[in-house]
Write a protein that binds this ligand. Structure first.
Ligand code: RIB
Length: 291
């Protein structure tokens, strides 16, 4: 295993999350009162960056926030985590937001207004190409424009940097124009659309990881299927659990840890035990303790 801290670059989204606690998720046409509201930093990209940093990696974030107070506070918060924020640009479009409902079972439903996340440009990616080329792994999601995500992946793969893609939220555009990555991390629902036959060629990756909540996480490679059972817990809030899994996985995978998925399962499980996205992401010591 590598002894140096791995270096992870994340190209992705930064949102302010407004999380409302409800006894159950509303049905179409229904109005519900919430019990409480929590405002915290989120966005799949930045959540994964925080997860990677707390799991022990040197981490850099490439993305875009608004030239507003939320954007300024967000950059300060990431810098306080030790994350390199030089790749975060500012735009006139406001910082992205997410409206999240979480029910008593910890399940959630999320609506995102991308805002500045959609202002990140191909030129912006080229400006930070050296940062990507110098990483051990590049982490991507789909909350930024697809051409930007694809170009970042190309830069990384050409330089021999491993690419881990969490294709969430899954779009038809991605399914039509998918591109080669090393590892694809999907949940059970996404797996049905990405590669129903669990075919790596169809998924355009070398390893397909399927997270399945309380059930075993599957790792599918040319050598076959392996199962990794997550710790048994009672979730309070599942928001950001997938991001905690992916960020922690990127670190352990870059370290050459053969138990990278077990490490990531522990991180994902711990993230469901507290409210909020980034507020619930565990540190390396907590993950190791759970293992
Ligand atoms: O994966 C959870 C994240 O999805 C939230 O933090 C929210 O911002 C949305 O991007």
């Amino acid at each position: 295993m590598a002894t140096e801290r791995p270096s992870i670059v994340v190209v992705g989204s930064l949102n302010v999350d407004y999380t409302l606690r409800v006894s159950r998720l509303p049905v179409p046409g229904e109005t519900l009162n919430s019990r409480s509201m929590l405002t915290c930093f989120g966005g799949k990209g930045a959540n994964q960056a925080v997860a990677a940093a707390r799991a022990g990696a040197r981490t850099a974030m490439i993305g875009c926030v608004g030239a507003d107070e939320s954007g300024t506070r967000y950059i300060e918060a990431l810098a306080a985590e030790g994350i390199d924020t030089c790749g975060i640009s500012r735009s006139e479009t406001p910082t992205g937001i997410a409206l999240i409902a979480v029910d008593d079972a910890g399940e959630n439903s999320i609506i995102v207004n991308p805002g500045a996340n959609h202002e990140i440009t191909l030129a912006g990616i080229e400006r930070h190409a050296e940062l990507i080329r110098g990483a051990d792994a590049l982490l991507l999601q789909l909350e930024c424009p697809l051409p930007v995500v694809r170009r970042a992946a190309e830069i990384a793969r050409t330089a021999g940097v491993r690419v881990i893609l969490n294709p969430s939220p899954l779009t038809d555009a991605f399914l039509c124009e998918r591109f080669e990555v090393d590892v694809l991390v999907v949940n059970a629902g996404e797996a049905q659309r990405v590669a129903p036959e669990r075919d790596l060629k169809e998924a355009a990756c070398r390893e397909l990881i399927i997270t399945r909540g309380a059930e075993s996480t599957l790792s599918i490679t040319a050598n076959g299927v392996r199962e990794f059972f997550p710790p048994k817990i009672t979730p309070i809030d599942t928001v950001g659990a997938g991001d905690a899994f992916t960020g922690a996985f990127a670190v352990a995978y870059s370290e050459g840890n053969p138990n990278a998925i077990a490490f990531a399962n522990a991180a994902g499980a711990l993230a469901t035990l507290k409210a909020g996205a980034q507020s619930s992401i565990p540190r390396r010591t907590e993950i190791l303790l759970m293992l």
